[in-house]
Design a protein around this ligand. Structure first.
Ligand SMILES: Cc1ncc(COP(=O)(O)O)c(C=O)c1O
Length: 392
């Protein structure tokens, strides 16, 4: 026997436990639980994708490795989408890399811009996988609070910048708060990045999910921002594609080589068949997502009105995007304790605020993208009843 003990690396020991598998385990132990936990939509890919994918002529080139940055035909359709929807032209000094989902886009980004000890600014509440990725590569997430409506505070962001800062991350529409950042605010953050010589990482996984008359804005479209703006996109939510694993990133050209090195090492190439599926989905276009958006908005409005009806125990900032509310509860219990009770006794799952860095007070992320007309009423009822009974 070797006289050494076997240990996982300290680097990964320091990373928070992934919450989704933990909640999924709790749900499995409580069959019949309705999940407002995972950030997924209730619909799958367009029917055209499902019909046509099985009819593909799988020639030999489907089975060999393809380009690390994604196949040309997919690049072509994404480039058109970027111009027409995001007002981003790749000719402005950007490159495009197709990834296996936008989490990979984020990992590619931090690996290519930061060295151990560097700092990356995240706005609290943050998307947990961003914080995990930064810790994983021995960099420092610097956490900056947003205001009571989960909107960025320029002064606080400014104060957090040091000589070690490499980037500011914005997620708009936001997971977990649902906040959509105004164009003006994103422009200010982008300008600050330019002035300070740091990158602006803009995660736009929820670009289509805005409600009322609120619009999404892509900072990558700002003139002369292509040296320092990285935009991350995903088909997971928009096209019900979560498991197909296709996303893409628009990056400054000078990062291309580094990002390809990283992606070549842990992916080699995005799955060819999933790229073909992505082409089919993008050919259907965002009218597909918009069809579902009205239904999601209806469910959201009903959920919001029921949550505001219990405002004696729960505060619900009205946010205008993604498919989340981040509620604050008037209780001494922790978010994790409440979630445990909600699943075990009331068979309804949500995510505790601690996951997103909300440790001062009790917060829960309520995700309504997975609810459909059938289960939304009962799901909402279980949540409201559970909260009322637990917090008395
Ligand atoms: C803000 C944000 N970025 C990225 C992702 C991951 O997307 P993908 O499935 O494309 O990796 C999620 C998923 O929940 C998300 O909420």
């Amino acid at each position: 026997m070797p006289n050494k003990t076997f240990n996982a690396s300290q680097r990964l020991m320091n990373v928070q436990l992934p919450i989704i598998p933990i909640i999924s385990d709790l749900i499995k132990k409580n069959p019949g639980t309705i999940s407002l936990g995972q950030g997924v939509v209730y619909y799958g890919p367009p029917q055209k994708v499902i019909n046509e994918i099985t009819r593909l002529n799988l020639t030999d080139d489907f089975h060999v490795y393809s380009e690390v940055e994604g196949i040309a035909k997919l690049h072509s359709i994404i480039s058109k989408k970027l111009i027409s929807e995001n007002k981003i032209s790749l000719n402005q000094g950007y490159d495009l890399i197709v990834t296996a989902g936008s989490n990979m886009g984020f990992m590619n980004t931090v690996l290519s811009i930061a060295d151990p000890g560097d700092e990356i600014i995240l706005l609290r509440p943050y998307y947990f996988n961003h914080e995990m990725a930064i810790n994983m590569i021995n960099c420092m997430p610097v956490i900056v609070d947003t205001d009571l409506h989960y909107q960025p505070c320029m002064e606080k962001i400014n104060d957090a910048i040091t000589q070690h800062t490499k980037a500011i991350v914005t997620v708009s529409p936001n997971n977990p708060s649902g906040a959509v950042y105004e164009k003006k605010v994103l422009e200010e953050i982008n300008k600050l990045c330019k002035e300070k010589g740091i990158y602006h990482i803009s995660d736009e996984a929820y670009e289509y999910f805005t409600f009322g008359d609120v619009n999404h804005f892509s900072p990558g479209s700002i003139a002369n921002s292509s040296d320092y703006t990285i935009s991350l996109y995903s088909l997971s939510k928009a096209y019900g594609f979560a498991s197909w694993r296709i996303g893409y990133m628009v990056i400054p050209q000078h990062l291309s080589l580094s990002i390809k090195k990283a992606q070549d090492t842990y992916l080699i190439c995005p799955t060819r068949i999933a790229q073909e599926a992505a082409i089919m989905a993008l050919e259907v276009g965002n009218k597909y997502t918009k069809e579902y958006l009205n239904k999601i908005e209806n469910i959201r409005n009903k959920l919001y009105s029921q949550l505001t009806a219990i405002n004696n125990i729960c505060t619900t900032p009205l946010t205008m995007g993604a498919f989340y509310f981040l509620i604050k509860l008037k209780t001494q219990l922790t978010g994790i304790e409440i979630v445990d009770k909600l699943i075990n006794k009331y068979k309804i799952a949500v995510i505790p605020g601690e996951t997103f860095g909300m440790n001062d007070g009790c917060y829960l992320r309520v995700g309504y993208g997975s609810l459909n007309e059938k289960n939304s009423k009962i799901g909402t009822q279980r949540l409201i009843n559970g909260l009322k009974e637990i917090i008395t």
